[in-house]
Ligand binder design. Structure first.
Ligand code: G6P
Length: 610
C-alpha cells in the first residue's frame, strides 16, 4: 500500500524523504515521488518504478534542495503506475501525497471540472489536490481552514501530507482511516505512515487520530482536533530500534524473520505466563469475563485468517466452544449472525487492514464483545477493540508474514488454554502441561532451524519448475497447510492449493499427474493412518510426495519421496514447529526462482483499502 512521509528539520530534506521512504518499501509500491521547498518554491520530482529510479532521475536532473517537504511511494489503485499518476499531485499553490482511497472522487471531479479545473492524471488523489486549491483560493490566509473544508467533502480513507506554496517550510498532514504518525526528534519532525520509516531518526512519536490536523515546522509541531482546537497528545516511544528493521547479515528480511521466531514467541508468551499458567489479565481477559461466551467468530485476512483457522481447531478441541472463522471482506457484507453473548476475535499484524477494522466496528455495533490480536502498537484495530492482546513479533518487513503468524498462533493457544480453564473443559494440571509444551516451542524451532535448512533448500530445487502443487492434511494439519500453500503462492508465484486430505477423492485428485508435487502434512496421531492412506492414493497416481511428519511416527517408505521429520510435541501444539519447514520451503523456492522474496509482485504488506 502507499506510504507517506514528510520532514521539517535541519538535514537535506530530499535525502531524508528518500531514506524514510526506503523504510516503507516493504509495504509494496510501483512509483515514488517527493515535493520539497527550495528557496520558497515547491519542487516536485516523481517517477514510475522503484526509489532507485527516482534517485537516478534526480541525479540526472538535480534533486530539490531544502529543509522541508513530503514524499510518497504509490501502490496503484486509480490509474496505472506512471510518472503522471505518481504522487505528489498539485493544485493551486498546493502539493499533496496521499495514502487511501477517495470513494466520492468522481462526483468531486465533476464539480471541480464544472468550476474550470483541469486534470492531468487518472488518480483520486489529484481531485483532493485540486479541491484544496479550490478552497485555498477562497481563503488564502488560512491553510487549516482550507484543509478542514476539503476533508469535510471527502468520503473514504486518507492520510495526507500537504504543502502550501505560500507557507514555505511548513508541512501539514491529516488522516481518516489510513494510518499516520508524527515523529518527534531534536530540532526535527517527521510524518510517516508508520514508525518503521523514522526509527533511525527518533523513537518518539505521536499517533494521529481521525480528522486531526498536524502543522509541522522545524521548531515544533502543533496538532489540532477536527474543530481547530489545539490538542495535547501522549508522546509514545517505540520499544524496538533501527537494528530490528535491518537485515542483520541475512540475505532477505523473510529468512531473518523466520530465524527471529523463537525470540518472538518468548517475547509474546513469557509476560503472559505466571507460575506455569496462562494469565491474560493485563489484556483485560479473566476467566470470569470469558466463561459465558457461547459462540466465537475469528475474523481476519490472509495469513492472520489462517492463524484463526488453527485457533478454531484448538479452541473447539480444548474449550468446546463453536468457532466460525471468516474472511473479513466476506463477513462485513453478509449481515453476520452475531450479537450479545458472542465474542469476535480480530487478528491482524498491522492493525490497519481496512476490512478487518470494519469487521471489528460492525461486530461492536451488533453487540458482540471484541478481542483484537495485533502486532502494531496503537494501530486502529488495537485502539478500537474491547480487549487487546499484543503480539510481540517486532517489526515485520517481508511482505510474506512468518514471525507475525507464529506469534498469532502462540496467542491463540494462550487464549484457548485460558478459555478452556474458564469453561472447565480442562483442569489445572492439563493446562499446566499444555502451557509447558507451548513454552518449549522456541527451543524446538531453534532445533528445526539448526537441522532442516539444507533439506528444505533441497526440496525447493524439486519444486521450482512445477506448474502447480497441492498441500494436504487433516484437522490441524489441514489448517496449517493453508498457510503453507499461501506462503508458496505469494513469493514463488507457483500455483498451489491446500486441501483436506479426506476430500481429495471428491474432485481434486484429478489434478494429480506424473510428478505433481504434493506436500503432505501428517503430525496428528489420531489421523495418521487416515492421512497416510490419502497420501498413498496420490502417490499411486504419480505424485511426488514430500512428507512432513513427526520423528516418532513411522510411515511406510513407499508412501513418500522426500521426508522432513519434526521433534515430537503434544499433537495440539504441532502447528507451531510444522509451520517452520513450510515457510522455509516457500522461501527457498522463491530464492531458487530468482524472485524478489521480500517484495513479491503485486502484493502489499498492509492493505488499508477495501
Ligand atoms: C496482506 C499481507 C498479508 C497479511 C494480510 C492481513 O495481504 O500481505 O501478509 O496476512 O494483509 O494483514 P494484517 O496486517 O491484517 O495481518
Amino acid at each position: 500500500m502507499c506510504g507517506i512521509v514528510g520532514y521539517c528539520g535541519y538535514r537535506d530534506c530530499s535525502d531524508v524523504l528518500v531514506d524514510t521512504l526506503s523504510k516503507l518499501e516493504y509495504r509494496g509500491y510501483d512509483s515514488a515521488g517527493i515535493a520539497v521547498f527550495e528557496n520558497g518554491e515547491i519542487k516536485v520530482k516523481k517517477s514510475k518504478g522503484k526509489l532507485k529510479d527516482l534517485k537516478a532521475k534526480m541525479e540526472q536532473c538535480g534533486k530539490p534542495v531544502g529543509k522541508a517537504g513530503i514524499g510518497h511511494t504509490r501502490w496503484a489503485t486509480h490509474g496505472k503506475p506512471s510518472d503522471i499518476n505518481s504522487h505528489p499531485h498539485s493544485g493551486e499553490k498546493v502539493a499533496i501525497v496521499h495514502n487511501g482511497i477517495i470513494e466520492n472522487y468522481k462526483q468531486l471531479k465533476e464539480f471541480l471540472i464544472s468550476h474550470g479545473e483541469t486534470f492531468v492524471s487518472d488518480t483520486d488523489t489529484e481531485v483532493v489536490a485540486k479541491l484544496l486549491g479550490y478552497f485555498y483560493k477562497k481563503n488564502p490566509e488560512n491553510p487549516l481552514a482550507t484543509i478542514q473544508s476539503t476533508v469535510n467533502e471527502l468520503e473514504g480513507s486518507f492520510a495526507l501530507g500537504i504543502v502550501f506554496e505560500d507557507f514555505p517550510d511548513v508541512v501539514y498532514a491529516t488522516r481518516r482511516q489510513s494510518p499516520l504518525i508524527v515523529g518527534v526528534g531534536k530540532d526535527e519532525y517527521f510524518i510517516a505512515s508508520d514508525v518503521t520509516a523514522i526509527i533511525s531518526y527518533t523513537k518518539n512519536y505521536y499517533l494521529i487520530d481521525h480528522d486531526e490536523i498536524v502543522e509541522m515546522k522545524q521548531d515544533g509541531v502543533v496538532i489540532y482536533d477536527e474543530y481547530g482546537e489545539e490538542k495535547t497528545k501522549e508522546l509514545m516511544t517505540a520499544d524496538w530500534d533501527a537494528e530490528s528493521a535491518k537485515k542483520g547479515g541475512f540475505p532477505h528480511f523473510m529468512i531473518k524473520e523466520i530465524h527471529e521466531q523463537p525470540n518472538a514467541i518468548n517475547m509474546t508468551i513469557k509476560p503472559r505466563i505466571f507460575d506455569g499458567m496462562p494469565n491474560l489479565e493485563e489484556c483485560g481477559i479473566t476467566r470470569e469475563n470469558i466463561k459465558d461466551f457461547k459462540n466465537i467468530y475469528i475474523v481476519a485476512c490472509g495469513t492472520a485468517m489462517h492463524a484463526g483457522m488453527v485457533g478454531k481447531y484448538v479452541i473447539e478441541k480444548l474449550a468446546r466452544v463453536p468457532v466460525v472463522v471468516d474472511i473479513a471482506s466476506e463477513y462485513r457484507y453478509r449481515n453476520p449472525i452475531v450479537g450479545e453473548g458472542d465474542l469476535v476475535i480480530i487478528i491482524s499484524q498491522s492493525g490497519e487492514t481496512a476490512d478487518s477494522l470494519e469487521a471489528l466496528k460492525l461486530s461492536k455495533k451488533m453487540g458482540a464483545k471484541t478481542l483484537a490480536i495485533v502486532n502494531v502498537k496503537g494501530s486502529s484495530i488495537a485502539r478500537e477493540a474491547d480487549m487487546l492482546i499484543y503480539t510481540h513479533a517486532g517489526p515485520e518487513i517481508a511482505v510474506a508474514s512468518t514471525k507475525a503468524y507464529i506469534v498469532q498462533l502462540a496467542v491463540m493457544y494462550l487464549f484457548a488454554f485460558q478459555l478452556a480453564l474458564a469453561k472447565e473443559t480442562i483442569n489445572e494440571n492439563q493446562c499446566r502441561f499444555l502451557t509447558q509444551e507451548l513454552e518449549s516451542t522456541p527451543k524446538v524451532i531453534e532445533k528445526i532451524l539448526a537441522e532442516k535448512l539444507d533439506m528444505t533448500q533441497f526440496i525447493a530445487t524439486k519444486l521450482i519448475s512445477a506448474d502447480s502443487l497441492l498441500y494436504i492434511g487433516r484437522g490441524l494439519d489441514y489448517a496449517l497447510s493453508m498457510e503453507g500453500s499461501l506462503k508458496l503462492k505469494e513469493i514463488s508465484y507457483i500455483h498451489s492449493e491446500s486441501y483436506a486430505a479426506g476430500e481429495l477423492k471428491h474432485g481434486t485428485i484429478s489434478l494429480i499427474t506424473e510428478n505433481t508435487p504434493v506436500i503432505a502434512v501428517a503430525t496428528q496421531k489420531n489421523l495418521l493412518e487416515k492421512t497416510v492412506s490419502n497420501i498413498k492414493e496420490v502417490k499411486a497416481r504419480g505424485a511426488k510426495v514430500i512428507l512432513v511428519t513427526r520423528e516418532d511416527f513411522s510411515v511406510d517408505k513407499e508412501a513418500y519421496d522426500y521426508l522432513i521429520t519434526l521433534p515430537k510435541m503434544h499433537d495440539i501444539l504441532m502447528p507451531i514447529p510444522t509451520a517452520v519447514p513450510l515457510q522455509l520451503i516457500a522461501y527457498y523456492t522463491s530464492v531458487e526462482r530468482g524472485n524478489d522474496v521480500d517484495q513479491p509482485r503485486n502484493l502489499a504488506k498492509s492493505v488499508t483499502v477495501e
